[in-house]
Design a binder for this molecule. Structure first.
Ligand code: SF4
Length: 452
């Protein structure tokens, strides 16, 4: 009756991945997912938090505050109602969370998320017996224990594509980013655990794997004999499973874009010709202030080498506009770099200071209206590049891996090797298969086609 779990996930794909794993893990302990905290059977609310976005902790505490009434009502009826905070904010603030809100029962850092079932069950017992209890706090360092536990959970809900975290944390300390503080320094999972997870995913019908990490191309794991194992070794290992048709990796740092990784795009057929390589800015001065450890010529050189090896590669990037001190010339350099690269897709943001980062207190913060204007200009350029890239596909035949049912009746959605969403009219039975599609239509963000 009280084992319904509602998870609210904030932030990035890594958090979505962790939430899916947490839910599957709790499913093995007789908990089930509910769609709202108002559901009669909901007895556990989990906030899987993200520290990247602005004012993350304010949003969290206001969300927790909204549960006060429902929690009190349930507890009066001696029905457990456990509030859990996990993810990056839990990792960063720890015990501070329970000091700021008496309604929080469990704070679990993302590296200890495998301990959630026992922590929730312990609080439920205290609440049922109306015993006084202290909140449970567990903030661990990154190690393979979490992954070992997560890798054994079912994955049948995933469709044909899965995200496998192989690396966590970062040691680059970009001046605007909190990840090195929240997720900790770089940690690479050993090969054995990754293989176990991949094999389980294959049993569940997975055809495409994205190897993920905050800085995935810095992956440096160990094989079963303790030997060094890098990202290319890992891609080759996954490519060795004939069931896996497609491999991608996300997210990469330009400084770790080794010759070996670049060459892999020309050599490993199941490594898809698409790469997300965030540049953030096109001005050397701003890149230095961002502490990105490369300049525009290094970045453009990587792009040239990638295109020499794999001419059709689809490149995507993240951009930040309005970084402190960004002049008109700096912004022009960003536009110029984008024009040179011609991206297939991009994500763009206005700079907004994150607490406890060097950029927060840098001088010459850019006025909001200037950021807005620059974002508008950059958006227009990058959106037109995406349209251009997609329009070049119209008229061609593309191999599409079908993933899910679309929003309209009879519509099935898949993706090309270049990560473009494609919809066709077809039976749901094609989900999970790779089919040839004649691309006939171009929409704002997707392509339409007909099965060949
Ligand atoms: S590379 Fe920079 S932006 Fe990316 S996670 Fe590391 S510190 Fe953050």
């Amino acid at each position: 009756m009280c084992n319904g779990v509602w998870i609210k996930t904030y932030g990035c794909q890594m958090n979505d991945y962790d939430s899916g794993k947490i839910m599957s893990l709790l499913g093995r302990h007789n908990f089930h997912k509910v769609d709202s905290c108002q559901d009669e059977s909901c007895g556990v609310v989990i906030f899987n938090t993200c520290h990247i976005r602005d004012k993350a902790d304010q949003k969290l505490f206001s969300d927790i505050g909204r549960l006060k009434e429902i929690r009190e009502k349930r507890l009066k009826k001696e029905r457990p109602f456990v509030i859990v905070v996990t993810g990056c904010v839990a990792q960063a603030l720890g015990v501070e969370i329970t000091r700021r809100s008496a309604n929080v029962d469990v704070v679990i850092g993302i590296q200890s998320a495998h301990k959630l079932p026992e922590a929730i069950e312990a609080v439920q017992q205290y609440q049922r017996s109306v015993k006084k209890y202290s909140p449970i706090i567990s903030i661990g360092e990154c190690n393979d224990e979490k992954f070992k536990c997560f890798s054994t959970v079912g994955a049948s809900h995933l469709g044909p594509c899965a995200f496998v975290t192989v690396q966590e944390g970062c040691k680059n300390f970009c001046s605007y980013c909190v990840v090195p503080k929240t997720r900790g320094t770089e940690y690479s999972r050993p090969l054995a655990g990754i293989k176990e997870e991949v094999e389980l995913l294959i049993k569940n019908g997975i055809k495409e794997i994205t190897l993920g990490g905050q800085n995935v191309n810095a992956y440096e794991g160990v094989d079963e004999n303790g030997g060094k194992f890098d990202l290319v070794d890992l891609i080759e290992e996954v490519a060795g499973y004939p069931e896996i048709l497609r491999i991608r990796f996300l997210s990469s740092h330009p400084c770790n874009m080794s010759k070996r990784i670049i060459e892999a795009f020309g050599r490993i057929p199941s490594l898809m010709p698409a790469l997300h390589l965030p540049v953030q800015a096109g001005s050397d001065r701003i890149l230095r202030m961002m502490n990105r450890h490369y300049d525009r010529s290094i970045y453009l050189d990587i792009i040239t080498k990638l295109r020499d090896i794999c001419p059709e590669i689809a490149l995507s990037s993240d951009f930040i506009v309005g970084f402190p001190g960004e002049s008109d010339d700096d912004f022009a350099a960003t536009l110029d770099l984008a024009k040179r690269v011609r991206y297939a897709k991009s994500y763009y943001f206005k700079f907004s200071p994150r607490p406890n980062t060097p950029a927060e207190n840098m001088p010459d913060q850019i006025p909001e209206e200037v950021k807005e204007k620059r974002l508008e200009i950059l958006q227009e350029l990058l959106d037109s590049q995406q349209q251009e890239f997609n329009s070049e596909t119209v008229g061609s035949v593309q191999s599409v891996l079908f993933e899910r049912i679309g929003r309209h009746d009879g519509q099935i959605i898949g993706r090309t090797p270049y990560n473009q969403p494609v919809y066709v009219e077809a039976e749901a039975g094609i989900i999970g298969s790779e089919r040839q599609v004649h691309i006939t239509d171009l929409d704002k963000h997707s392509l339409g086609g007909i099965l060949v």
